[in-house]
Design a binder for this molecule. Structure first.
Ligand SMILES: [Zn+2]
Length: 275
């Protein structure tokens, strides 16, 4: 077994343990005939390779069976309801080619985040050393305009897909404002969602994004399924069409949220170190 699969299995075991522990308060609520508090999970994909088309279709069937699919900006909580939003970063053509049928069959609203300088081109950014990704092609402007708006929302993924935390203020503003303007001109509607390329952000980036008119900004770290509904920063759980069923089911239910703990601890420690 390769290292990647060993790590996947370890993550599954931790998430299953978290799931078991989580069942205790749920059982108590049931005894008192109370509904569990509403929960919300946002998933994010990248490409859908043709060999994973059927697997992706099965994942969408699971999603509609075990949750209520909602738009990524429908951030509200209803007792007894588990809501899940599906997003895609990078706007690859393979998402529509291999995923649209399943999305449409199950009526699952999705949000696609577009790197606007790459329309119709291969990605020019590095992605975790994954050479497969460079075979993907970003949708053209024409393809984006034709997407059915009742099912597919669009958001910005900046212009050039940079690590925003490595840029100066003027460059961040240009990436966020120009991509927003370009998409709005193309679609003739307001764009107010942004996904950070490579998941890189800090308080300066968030503040520039909110000033530029974005309502919600999306990270690549899972969030706890019951988060502050007032927050503009939305965590997302990474999913892949090649995920095993148990892996996808646990992610779907929010049991991968513990993945964000190391980041939280690091931020708390940084605060103490700075003070
Ligand atoms: Zn990306």
């Amino acid at each position: 077994m390769n290292n990647k699969n060993i790590i996947r299995i370890i993550k599954i075991i931790i998430s299953l343990s978290y799931c078991v522990i989580h069942q205790i308060p749920l059982a108590v609520l049931k005894v008192f005939n109370r509904k569990f508090p509403g929960t919300f999970v946002v998933l994010y994909y990248h490409e859908i390779k043709s060999i994973h088309k059927d697997n992706f279709s099965r994942q969408m069937a699971m999603l509609s069976k075990y949750s209520r699919p909602v738009r990524a900006d429908s951030i509200s909580f209803t007792a007894g309801e588990h809501r899940v939003a599906v997003t895609f970063d990078d706007a690859f053509q393979s998402v529509i080619e291999n995923g649209f049928e399943a999305i449409s069959n199950h009526k699952i609203p999705i949000t696609i985040f577009v790197p606007t300088d790459y329309l119709g081109k291969q990605p020019g950014w590095e992605m975790n050393g994954d050479n497969e990704i460079i075979k993907e092609i970003v949708m053209t402007g024409e393809q984006i305009v034709k997407l059915p708006s009742e099912l597919i929302m669009l958001g910005s993924h900046t212009c050039t897909h940079p690590e925003l935390t490595g840029l100066v203020t003027e460059e961040i503003e240009k990436e966020l404002r120009t991509s927003k303007d370009d998409l709005e001109r193309l679609l003739g509607k307001e764009i107010n969602l942004l996904a950070f390329p490579h998941g890189k952000f800090n308080s300066v980036v968030v503040s520039i994004a909110l000033n530029a008119g974005y309502k919600y900004v999306y990270t690549i770290m899972p969030q706890f399924p019951k988060q502050n509904p007032e927050s503009a920063i939305i965590g997302r759980t990474p999913v892949n069409p090649s995920d095993w069923d148990i892996e996808f089911r646990l992610k779907l239910s929010g049991y991968y949220c513990w993945l964000s703990l190391p980041g939280h601890i690091k931020r708390i420690l940084n605060k103490f170190t700075i003070q």
